[in-house]
Design a protein around this ligand. Structure first.
Ligand code: MCA
Ligand code: AMP
Length: 494
């Protein structure tokens, strides 16, 4: 039996081919049949460009229906879909191309790269690769695939500053999607607002896969705009978002019950949802946001219940089939309610980091993946994420590893060292602040620090403030005390 993931989705929407799949804010309708057809045309182009099973196809494109069809085309032909944030700079993209060695790079704009072939995909049919797809004959063949074949590589940055490609198998993606579809009680009349980016797990796998399995429409938006979402809520039943979605909705004057009358479920994840946001949202709208917890390496891990208590500040229970434990530094399970590092095992856990077997091995303990999140597990199994053992900043749902920014700053003239921290930010939850120590008798120029960062790193990673200090606080071992810095500068962006 073939495990081609596209076959799973197609089997679910086969009886509803003429039904709407994507709805535009302007009333445009794109049917399941049209998506099936467009993905088959992209599949023909991919095959013509050498995308055989297991070959990587790297995609850095703006969100569009064409980009979804291209993803599905990769599933059809068995190529490994490797999406990138369009905000990444050319320098960042060049690293990913050299690391994953794609047979084809599909970029938002033409440029020289090391990929053997480059195509351009814009946000509409007029863009070259989309136009070529429309002119191609559809190729409906589905590659024969096994459950543990890799469907996608998603890059996540790491504590070393070097991004790692998390290899997700067909089985990982299928099991997680089927579980969530069931757990969140999808209905035949659901309409999901899809306003998340489609280069990360949340928008690509959680939102899109559930919608395709349910064979119901998504209102498909290029990006999140709070006023636009408010206007669209009466046409929808579900919204999936990062906490910034919810704080921005709450900041709209008068936002409340009347706006949400048709909605059955609001889901939040990718970053901690403040308990006060949860409570205010309930007070204003009558809806208790369902918070869940996940990560690139494992898709979704825990979820608050659909029926039952959704407790603010907790991420609910492990998904069916997922094992979770909270351990101390020696790997011993800590008592219920005590904080420890969260480790997980299950059908959702990835197949390892692309071409990094040692790194992969070091992040597993007795078959459990070490998440680097610090959490508590109550007697009844309910999980709360209370901190992070990893040096990670989550800004508006995007992950940022300080080391990557520190490396850029440390290479600037006049800089002896730097420390990058996350501090509370009213809109993004956390935002980046850089503390830079100058060399003796040097005076690094703020402008050159900023332009070094701008040249090398995507905008969302740029520090919102750079401060030049004489030295950094250190502990007795000589290690920089980031907790002290976080405390000292906690109000700097408020
Ligand atoms: C945009 N900017 C940001 C961010 N987004 N800066 C820091 N953090 C961000 N998240 C920059 C823009 O480039 C712009 O810079 C300035 O900040 C203001 O942009 P704005 O227009 O306000 O932003 P936006 O376009 O409205 O985007 C904010 C957003 C977006 C809607 C929160 O970042 C977003 O959709 N985030 C979702 C991320 C996501 O899907 N994460 C899931 C990862 P300038 O003005 O200077 O040009 S998957 C995951 O984490 C796991 C698996 C899980 O559990 O889900
Ligand atoms: P990523 O590497 O983008 O997949 O981000 C995964 C990380 O996001 C997790 O390891 C957590 O630190 C964080 N995360 C995701 N969902 C939640 C949540 N509901 N509460 C707290 N942290 C979360």
């Amino acid at each position: 039996m073939s495990h081609n993931l596209y076959a799973l989705f197609r089997a679910r929407f086969a009886a509803r081919l003429q039904a709407p799949c994507f709805l535009g804010a302007d009333g445009a309708v794109f049917s399941f049949a049209a998506l099936d057809d467009l993905s088959a045309r992209f599949a023909a182009l991919l095959r013509a460009r050498g995308a055989r099973p297991g070959e990587r196809v790297l995609v850095q494109a703006e969100k569009s229906i064409g980009a979804v069809a291209l993803y599905l085309a990769c599933l059809r032909v068995g190529a490994v879909y490797t999406p990138l944030n369009p905000a990444y700079t050319d320098a960042e993209v060049d690293y990913f191309i050299s690391d994953c060695e794609p047979v084809l790079a599909v970029l938002a704009r033409p440029r020289e790269t090391k990929a053997p072939a480059v195509e351009c995909l814009g946000t509409d049919e007029a863009s070259p690769f989309w136009r070529a797809a429309l002119a191609a004959d559809p190729d409906h063949a589905l590659a024969d695939r096994a459950s543990d074949d890799i469907a996608a590589i998603l890059y996540t940055s790491g504590t070393t500053g070097r991004s790692k490609g998390a290899m997700l198998s067909i089985g990982n993606l299928a099991s997680n999607a089927l579980t969530l579809h069931e757990l969140w009680g999808f209905r035949p009349d659901d309409i999901l607002i899809h306003a998340l980016p489609i280069f990360h797990v949340h928008g690509l796998f959680v939102a899109l896969h559930c919608q395709l399995l349910n064979a119901t429409p998504a209102i498909f938006l290029a990006k999140f705009d709070a006023a636009e979402i408010r206007a669209l809520l009466p046409r929808a039943t579900m919204l999936m978002g990062v906490p910034t979605f919810y704080t921005r909705l709450l900041s709209l004057p008068g936002f409340g019950r009347a706006d949400c009358a048709s909605m059955r479920l609001f889901i939040s994840g990718s970053a901690p949802l403040l308990a006060e946001t949860h409570r205010e949202f309930e007070a204003r709208t009558g809806h208790r946001i369902l918070e869940r917890y996940g990560m690139t390496e494992a898709g979704m891990i825990t979820s608050n219940p659909l029926d039952g208590e959704r407790i603010p500040g907790t991420v609910g229970y492990p998904l069916p089939g997922v094992s979770i434990r909270s351990v101390d530094e020696a790997g011993r399970t800590v008592p219920a309610g005590e904080p420890g590092v969260i480790e997980i095992a299950g059908p959702n856990v990835f197949q390892g980091y692309w071409r990094m077997p040692e790194k992969t091995a070091s992040e597993f303990r007795d078959g459990f993946f070490v998440t680097g999140d610090v959490g508590t597990i109550a007697e009844d199994g309910r999980v709360a994420i209370v901190g992070r053992a990893k040096d990670l900043i989550i800004s508006g749902g995007f992950n940022i590893y300080p080391k990557e920014i520190e490396d850029v700053l440390d290479a600037c003239d006049g800089v002896s060292e730097s420390a990058v921290i996350g501090v509370p930010h009213p809109d993004f939850g956390e935002a980046v602040v850089a503390l830079v120590v100058k060399r003796p008798n040097a005076s690094p120029r703020m402008q050159s620090l900023e332009s070094a960062v701008a040249e090398k790193l995507a905008r969302f990673k740029h520090p919102r403030a750079i401060l030049i200090l004489e030295d950094l606080p250190r502990n007795a071992m000589g290690k920089v005390q980031k907790n002290v810095l976080r405390e000292t500068y906690r109000d700097i962006l408020k």
